[in-house]
Write a protein that binds this ligand. Structure first.
Ligand code: 13P
Ligand code: SF4
Length: 317
């Protein structure tokens, strides 16, 4: 439901009054994406949060993303319109579980996807996102064991691309991406033989996409395993008229804006993240009016977590 131009004008007025910049993840509702100052993937938004001149950041995304903004910009006020917007992937490992895993491999380098809590990041050597996970793991001394968490599908993708054997992978998953399965992908790829396939590495079907390419069922150059930001770059460059998209369906809005001449279709039209969609138009208005929900972090946890996020940013990808 489009909340309309009056809602958008009120959001902009209140944002200006508060001196706030509005950031929206690519999976947000279209109206939220359209009213935001910046839309992007988790890495791009973290960087913008750190460098934005405004003192207040309103993060339209899920809680770990707003936390990452606060970690990088501790002096700023960071608001998330609904603090209940969690992430099933971030919930798949706790700080205590990571402590126990590290005790089993005391010399290992811990690589955590940004989809983790601040407490988990504080126990991490270097973070990564889906757009730089391969480069981050490749930057680590090949003789050191790597503990990669929490996403098993992203971990398998990184292991395949880097060829690294001394890498242990946590068995976590995102309920939305794990649910985009290989059968759906092969059925769609067969029905649309000329389409490109854009697949997020968190998907349960990422392996199937490569299998289809390996079997010659789909030309290998048509299969692209990409972060949400990488999908936008690929959309602008694709020569295909049709693209099958395996990720959360909010992504389709930015893809259609980036390349209006291409027909983007979801591999699974039900792949919607209920946490991302908790940031409703009403919640955004309330947040701007009342200054809710503010993100607070323990200073020591934030400082330790910052080192792991900055180590990732230093890789420069
Ligand atoms: P991106 O880093 O590709 O934006 O993905 C974040 C996310 O939550 C994927 O589900
Ligand atoms: Fe978390 Fe999955 Fe939602 Fe992304 S789509 S925020 S990984 S639950």
């Amino acid at each position: 439901n489009d909340p309309g131009p009056e809602w958008a004008a009120e959001v902009r007025r209140l944002a200006e009054l508060r001196g706030a910049t509005l950031l929206a993840h690519n999976y947000q509702l279209p109206a939220i994406q359209d009213v935001a100052d910046h839309v992007g993937d988790s890495l791009a938004l973290s960087r913008i949060a750190a460098s934005a001149p405004e003192d207040t950041i309103v993060f339209c995304g899920v809680h770990f993303m707003a936390e990452t903004a606060k970690i990088l910009a501790p002096e700023k006020t960071v608001l998330i319109p609904d603090a209940r917007a969690g992430c099933s992937l971030a919930d798949s490992i706790t700080a205590d579980e990571l402590r126990a895993w590290k005790a089993e491999f005391p010399d290992a380098v811990v690589v955590s996807y940004v989809n983790t809590t601040a407490e988990v990041k504080a126990l991490t050597d270097i973070c990564c996102t889906s757009s730089n996970a391969v480069e981050v793991v490749a930057s680590i001394d090949p003789d050191r064991t790597v503990l990669f968490l929490p996403d098993q599908f992203l971990g398998a993708h990184v292991k395949r691309v880097t060829g690294r054997q001394n890498m242990h992978i946590w068995a976590g998953e995102c309920h939305v991406h794990a649910g985009i399965n290989g059968d759906e992908l092969s059925a769609q790829a067969t029905a649309h033989p000329d389409a490109d396939l854009f697949v997020h590495p968190e998907c349960g079907c990422a392996t199937s996409a490569l299998y289809l390419a390996g079997e010659g069922a789909v030309p290998a150059e048509k299969v692209k395993i990409l972060s949400t930001g990488g999908m936008l770059d690929a959309a602008r460059e694709t020569g295909a008229r049709e693209v099958l998209v395996a990720t959360e369906i909010g992504m389709l809005h930015q893809l259609r804006r980036a390349a209006p001449g291409v027909d983007f279709q979801p591999v699974n039209a039900k792949a919607s993240c209920r946490y991302m969609k908790m940031i409703t138009p009403e919640a955004l208005l309330r947040s701007l009016r009342d200054g809710t929900d503010e993100v607070h972090l323990d200073r020591a946890v934030a400082d330790a977590a910052r080192a792991s996020v900055e180590a990732m940013i230093a890789i420069g990808t």
